[in-house]
Design a protein around this ligand. Structure first.
Ligand SMILES: NC(=O)c1ccc[n+]([C@@H]2O[C@H](COP(=O)([O-])OP(=O)(O)OC[C@H]3O[C@@H](n4cnc5c(N)ncnc54)[C@H](OP(=O)(O)O)[C@@H]3O)[C@@H](O)[C@H]2O)c1
Length: 281
């Protein structure tokens, strides 16, 4: 596994972690695949993909319960737990209560990264950030992050923090979705903020396109042969190519996990990175 610096901190975080949306249900809990889910989370940690991303919203809390069950066999500091507060819980007291519930479901005393899942323009960010900083001061969260925040909102969130900084913004990014490249990505690069790319495989859309063999998947196949990797590994390597970008593909199958873990520790050449960027634009 390859590790990158988180924001401007001294923390090292896996370049490729594990997403858990739909492990344990979507909007409501699904208990039917619990054993497999716990197994896959443990396998991820064993493969060094120790950045596990979850949220209070995933499976209405069941995803956090599964992460908690999975990680209890590891020393706490071997796992980097990232979770998120839902956008309806952004009032001061609601943030504190939501975090307590997440800690309980996860069975831990602190989470490593606590993020605002989506902005909510109806609740002043100043109020939410005050609660985030209280959790930070109380040692309930080690780092503060945001998700789905525009440049303007990241700036506003940061301006409401006095003793710590925003370390990460989790946003959609992959060959299929390049919208952050114009503004947000360079802003984060300049300001030492990690971009956590979610849905790096377009929730399976890239896999479907590979099966359909389009013009732009030809280049993925070609590079895969040249580098001795798979087209998925080429796609994920492209995502984490820039220094401040990490990613969290979701996988529920061991072979997918292993393939994803093998997408780092090496680099596409600058020429091939550009080539791929242009073909998929
Ligand atoms: N902050 C936000 O608003 C937000 C929004 C969306 C997602 N996220 C986070 O980002 C994570 C990842 O995004 P995502 O789940 O939306 O989509 P994704 O990671 O782009 O795609 C997941 C899909 O790709 C498949 N897959 C994974 N590795 C594969 C491989 N090597 N070969 C073939 N198929 C593979 C998975 O299949 P299997 O399950 O069968 O292995 C699953 O169907 C989420 O789980 C969540 O933690 C955050």
């Amino acid at each position: 596994m390859e590790y990158k610096r988180l924001g401007k901190t001294g923390e090292k975080i896996a370049a490729i972690g594990l997403g858990t949306w739909k492990l344990g249900g979507s909007m409501s809990p699904d208990y039917s695949h619990d054993l497999e889910a716990v197994e896959v989370i443990r396998q991820a940690v064993e493969l060094g993909m120790n950045h596990i991303d979850t949220a209070e919203m995933y499976g209405a809390g069941h995803s956090e319960e599964l992460v908690g069950r999975a990680i209890k066999v590891f020393p706490r500091d071997e796992v980097f737990i990232a979770t998120k507060v839902w956008y309806t819980n952004l009032r001061y007291d609601d943030v504190l209560r939501a975090c307590e519930r997440s800690l309980k479901r996860l069975g831990v005393k602190y989470v490593d990264l606590y993020m605002i899942h989506w902005p909510n323009e109806r609740i002043p960010l100043s109020e939410t950030m005050k609660a985030m900083e209280k959790l930070y001061k109380d040692g309930k969260i080690r780092y503060i992050g945001v998700s789905n925040f525009s440049t303007r909102l990241v700036e506003e969130a940061q301006s409401n923090l006095s003793i710590t900084e925003i370390v990460a913004n989790q946003v959609e990014y992959g060959l299929h979705d390049r919208s952050i490249e114009n503004d947000l990505l360079p802003y984060c690069e300049r300001n030492g903020i990690t971009v956590t790319a979610y849905s790096p495989l377009g929730q399976g859309r890239i896999v479907m396109e590979l099966k359909a063999k389009t013009k732009r998947t030809e280049i993925l196949q070609e590079l895969a042969e040249r580098y001795g990797k798979t087209p998925i590994q080429i796609s994920l390597n492209w995502v984490i190519w820039r220094e401040n970008v990490i990613t969290i593909p979701k996988a529920s199958k061991r072979e997918h996990l292993e393939e994803n873990a093998g997408a780092c520790g090496w680099r596409l050449s600058p020429e091939d990175y550009e080539l791929l960027s242009n073909v998929w634009r």
